[in-house]
Design a protein around this ligand. Structure first.
Ligand SMILES: O=P(O)(O)O[C@H]1O[C@H](CO)[C@@H](O)[C@H]1O
Ligand SMILES: Nc1nc2[nH]cnc2c(=O)[nH]1
Length: 301
């Protein structure tokens, strides 16, 4: 008996949110629907964070599908997230790139936010590069730094907000997936070496990302608390996608662009804002493209 039937047979109450997570067969149907629109068969997936959609500029022979044309996909509502799936070649390798993502604060349930990751898996994607814009908590970080993510804190997960809540389909992955090795060590080492070779060492770091639900930015005390527990950068995304990708055995690399420094002092006149986030994305866009495309050249997929 599958997990969902088991839940029902025990008379368990399942919230509408949980029952509406798509079964494997429907994810297969959506994958088929997409693959009929492109001849690319990507093994690498890329998710672009706020203002980072410029990564699509490095893609050759691009074929583009709007999320609004894909069954079940969340449509982006935030500036800096175009909401398009871009297929093509990056450094000679077939890739699928998400130009924009959905977030909890837009009102989307986690299973919808992470559906594209499961679709990537069924397309044959084995490696995922996930990017985001984030606020720097580490006092040594500067605006424009790129942080290779070595670990995350799933703060919403502390209160049960996790994309894997609900019946587990073993076809996707195990009931209790480990997360301590989610950010592949080999990929992180390669990224650090390439950053050095490109002369990027001054602004490439490695650190811990913490996810909050948003959309409000952090208070001063929240920032101080997050720093105390070991977070280097804070944002409102990425973690659900990483959990789902890791659950289904996709190798992951995460990159945060530090778009603003978190306000750590009471009575400071500085405030976080989305405009600054997008402007920093623009400022560092070429370097990020260079780092990603050089990495992709070396990747064995
Ligand atoms: O995480 P991404 O999608 O890059 O976006 C980040 O930037 C937005 C805030 O400016 C938030 O959505 C935050 O999560
Ligand atoms: N939560 C959060 N998300 C961000 N995204 C970009 N900057 C920030 C920030 O300072 N805080």
């Amino acid at each position: 008996m599958d997990d969902l039937k088991l839940h029902r047979s025990k008379g368990m109450i399942i919230s509408p949110e949980i029952t509406s997570a798509l079964p494997y067969s429907e994810v297969e149907d959506i994958t088929k629907e997409i693959l009929e629109k492109t001849h690319f068969r990507p093994k690498l997936g890329i998710i672009c964070g706020s203002g980072l959609g410029g990564l699509a500029e490095s893609i050759e022979n691009a074929e583009v599908i709007d999320y609004s044309e894909i069954t079940g996909f969340p449509v982006s509502t935030v500036p800096g997230h175009a909401g398009r799936l871009v297929f093509g070649k990056l450094s000679g390798k077939p890739v699928v790139l998400m130009q924009g993502r959905a977030h909890i604060y837009e009102g989307y349930p986690l299973h919808k936010i992470t559906l594209p990751v499961r679709v990537m898996k069924l397309m044959g994607v084995t490696t995922l590069i996930v990017t985001n814009a984030a606020g720097g908590l580490n006092e040594n970080y500067r605006v424009g730094d790129i942080m290779i993510i070595k670990d995350h804190i799933n703060l919403p997960g502390f209160s049960g907000v996790n994309p894997l809540v609900g019946p587990n389909d073993i076809k996707f992955g195990p009931r209790f997936p480990a997360m301590s090795t989610a950010y592949d060590m080999g990929l992180r080492q390669t990224a650090k070496r390439i950053a050095k070779e490109l002369g990027f060492s001054d602004f490439v770091r490695e650190g811990v990302y913490v996810m909050l639900g948003g959309p409000s930015f952090e208070t001063v005390t929240e920032c101080r608390m997050l720093r105390m527990v070991g977070a280097d950068a804070t944002g409102m995304s990425t973690v659900p996608e990483v959990i789902i990708a890791n659950h289904c055995g996709i190798r992951i690399m995460g990159l945060s662009l530090i778009t603003n420094c978190c306000v750590m002092e009471y009575d400071s006149p500085k405030v976080a804002n989305h405009k600054e986030v997008l402007e920093t994305g623009q400022m560092r866009s070429k370097d990020l493209q260079k780092l990603v495309s050089t990495m992709v050249k070396e990747l064995e997929l």
